[in-house]
Each structure stands twice: as C-alpha cells, then as structure tokens.
Design a binder for this molecule. Structure first.
Ligand SMILES: *Cc1c(COP(=O)(O)O)cnc(C)c1O
Length: 455
C-alpha cells in the first residue's frame, strides 16, 4: 500500500505516514486506494475477537511494512489493557437506537483505541522521538498512557492552566514516568497549540529533539478507528441492511474513519456528523460552504473546534482523489476564509448529514439515556440527540458512538441527570496520585528551555 498527499507531491509507505507529520505542500496522507473487504473477510471477521479483527483490517493499510504475525502481536498488546472483553461493547438503548461504547481503554476516551496502538508501533519501528502536543481534553492523557515508560520515546504535553477538568488534568499529571513531561501553560488552548505548531515548524529544533506530533492528522489514528465501524456494521447489518452511525465530532477524524469503513464495503448507510454550537462541519455539509468562525467553550470540550483538520481528507475523497482541486480549495480557505464544495463533491458525500445540537438537547439526551438505564457523557449525548433528531428514513439500526466515559465529565452529567456518575477504579487511582507538573508562561522560549533541560 502506497500513500499519497491530499495536495499531491511525494508518495510514502505506511511506516513513514505512521511516524511522520504532513505530506507535501502541507497536505495530509491518504492511501492511494480504499482497500476492499473481501467476501472471505466478512465471515472471518464475524468469528474474530477485537485484536484479531484489528490485525486483519489494519493489515490492508500496513501493506508489507509489518509482517502479518508481527501485526497480530502489536494488536494484542494494544488492546490488552481494555477493561471490556470485547474492547468496544455494543448495547441496545431503545428501538433502533444502539450505543457503541468506545471508552473502556486506560484513559476512558475513544482516543485510546488508536493511541494504544501507536505506542507498540513506534517501539516496533524503533523510532526515537519526542512527541509534543497541546491538549484541551482527552488526547493528552491517551498519548501519555500510550508511551509512558517506553525507551527512546519522550512525551511533552501542554495544557491551558485552569481550562481542563480536574479528572483530565490528574490523568496526565499523576503519571509517574521519567519520559513524561506535563506543562501547565498560563494561556488558552490556542496559545498551547500555537507554541506546538511553531516548534514543529522550526526545522533545527525538530532535528535536535526529534520532535513529532500525535494529533488526528496521523493516518494510523484514522486506520485504527475503522476497525470498530467494520465490526459493528457487520454485527448489526448485512449487505441488504446497512447500519447508520451518529458520531460526536470535532476534528472529524472519527467520522472520516466511518467514511473509510463504508468505502471498504462495510454495510454502512448514513453517517451523522454530530456537533454542538461549534458547527462548522454541520453547516458545510448542509450548505456546501465551509467557513470556520470562532470556537466557543461548551460542556463537550473535545468538540470546541472550528477548523476540523480531517475535513481536508473528506474533500479529497469526495473529489475522487483530485489533489489539484483540494490544493486550490485549501488555498482559498487560507486566502478567503472559505471553501466552496463542488457539486460532485457534495453528491459524493450526500450520505453524510451534519446536525448541530444545543445544550438543552444534549441534557435531554443524557436524561433519555439515563431513563433507559445507561449513563452517557456530554459528547455521546450530542451524538444521541443528533441520532434522534436526524430524519433517517427506513428502519435501519442507528449506532451512536459513546466517545468518553461519563465519569470524565461528572459535573455536566450530574446537572443533567441529577446523579453523579460512578468513578471507575482506574480513574479513582489516578485521582489519588501525586501531581507532577511544570508551570510555564505562554511563550516558545520557555517551552524550548524545558525541552533542553530534559536533554
Ligand atoms: C476527540 C473527541 C471527539 C472528537 O473526535 P474527532 O475525531 O476529533 O472528531 C469526540 N468526543 C470525545 C470524547 C473526544 O475526546
């Protein structure tokens, strides 16, 4: 399998797209074709556990950079720490509504499903690197959990001081490993991200510290997320009966993974892109105009994003791989602040519906689920509200992705349902640990000095 850039340029193999950054001209890596699920794969997948399914599906993206037996071992290791036998349990809520729980990994958000695989894979490739990132929520703890204690890999994570929940902070600061550095930045999430981007853009600094990034521009993350879509669609659907999905979305990595699974031939019908007031993608799907505004803070912080980085991959796919068109559209975004989708692009993704959900509907969804015996978090609630409001014809099953454990957002859950969610044991342990954190001003020199001091 070869990889191409969404804006054209050089090709690469899986190893370099999984361990490197951007493609040429600032584009994102995508496989040169969507590998199909074969007639033999479908019955085989029905018999397999999660790790074996992951090895089969990821094998199609990995090509010959990892032999199948080695890939199986890596997938076993990645999913060994999940506390649900099936990694991603599926439960029926009511009528056609189902919930796919993706929060049973070490840090209790769906980010673990991809990042738990990244740790073993970087080690397998023998990559020595310092991962640097900015987090407004779940990526930081998931990345730290994935590489804590791994030789040759350091992680430096910046978060905006005072702007993340106590649970989220302690999941990072409570990790006692020499290769983990957590910095509380006196500034906003945007300040943190600006510092990280500037550092990754400094070639000398990148070379000196072997810096790399772990946000959802990394193709491995998307590929790993296709696995639960394929498994779930095969379980509930069949070629004659497709399954619909509702996906709480921010950077659009998760919803795009659903699109990839559909392209591979999994029985998927509609994909609902569920957002809150930060509805840039929902508006683009409805109107054909993608025009980022300014993000507002909500109770679902992972969705408080206005530039959805994976929208570029969707543009590329909807354009049938026309890199020249994507390059022109991304230039228009930079110069005019807007992308206008071509009619053919709109037609190619007509099965995707964007729905923006307000805070009242989010709270209603948490109550609706609670009345049916299931506690869900604010992100999952936005997905469920969108699923219930979307005008989905036919009687197809619809699956809402539950992307975070409710105990990560106890205040919002308690406000909506009147009950604080129970805290899982591994979260309780994190809450009791000593915190290790460095406070820094929002400036590049301070973070660079921190890197230098770490050696
Ligand atoms: C990251 C995250 C999302 C958004 O996922 P994208 O792939 O960025 O669209 C949704 N819910 C939770 C809980 C998250 O942590």
């Amino acid at each position: 399998m070869r990889y191409v850039g969404t804006r054209g340029g050089r090709q690469a193999d899986f190893r370099s797209v999984a361990t490197g950054g951007l493609a040429d001209h600032g584009g994102l890596w995508v496989p040169e074709y969507w590998p199909p699920l074969s007639g033999d794969d479908m019955p085989a997948l029905a018999e397999m556990d999660y790790a074996a399914s992951a090895a089969l599906i990821l094998g199609k993206f990995v090509g010959d950079t990892i032999p199948p037996d080695d890939l199986s071992v890596l997938c076993r290791e990645a999913y060994a720490l999940f506390d649900a036998a099936d990694v991603a349990p599926l439960l029926r809520l009511d009528g056609r509504h189902h919930l796919l729980e993706l929060f049973h990994g070490p840090t209790l958000s769906f980010k673990d499903i991809a990042l738990q695989l990244l740790g073993p894979m970087l080690a397998y490739f023998g990559v020595r690197t310092t991962i640097i990132g900015a987090t407004s929520g779940d990526t930081g703890s998931a990345a730290i959990a994935a590489v804590a204690g791994r030789p040759g890999i350091n992680v430096v994570m910046l978060y905006p001081d005072g702007a993340i929940s106590e649970v989220q902070r302690r999941q990072m600061t409570g990790v006692d490993a020499a290769n983990v550095t957590v910095a509380a930045i006196d500034g906003s999430f945007d300040d943190c991200q600006r510092i990280v981007k500037a550092m990754l853009g400094d070639a000398a600094l990148v070379a000196r510290h072997r810096l790399s990034a772990v946000n959802s521009i990394n193709w491995l993350r998307i590929a790993a997320q296709t696995v639960y879509y394929v498994r779930c669609a095969l379980r509930l659907g069949s070629p004659e009966r497709p399954v619909d999905f509702s996906v709480p979305s921010g950077n659009l990595g998760d919803a795009f993974a659903g699109q990839v699974a559909r392209r591979m031939g999994a029985p998927i019908g509609r994909i609902v892109v569920a957002t809150n007031r930060n509805d840039v993608v929902a508006r683009a799907l409805a109107s054909g105009s993608y025009r980022p505004g300014t993000a507002v803070a909500t109770d679902a912080p992972a969705m408080d994003i206005q530039t959805a980085s994976n929208f570029e991959r969707l543009l590329w796919d909807a354009a049938g791989g026309d890199a020249a068109l994507v390059a022109a559209q991304m230039a228009a975004l930079r110069d005019q602040g807007e992308i206008v989708l071509a009619d053919a692009q709109r037609g190619a993704i007509a099965h995707m519906t964007g729905i923006a959900v307000d805070a009242t509907a989010m709270d209603d969804a948490m109550r609706w689920a609670a009345e049916r015996g299931t506690v869900i978090d604010p992100h999952g609630a936005i997905g469920l509200a969108a699923a219930r409001h979307a005008d989905l014809s036919g009687g197809a099953p619809i699956v809402t992705l539950a992307t975070a454990h409710p105990a990560k957002f106890p205040d919002a859950v308690a406000r909506a349902t009147g009950k604080r969610p129970a805290m899982p044991a591994r979260l309780a342990a994190a809450m009791a640990r000593q915190e290790r954190v460095t406070s820094l001003p929002a400036d590049i020199a301070a973070v660079t000095a921190l890197l230098a001091a770490r050696g």
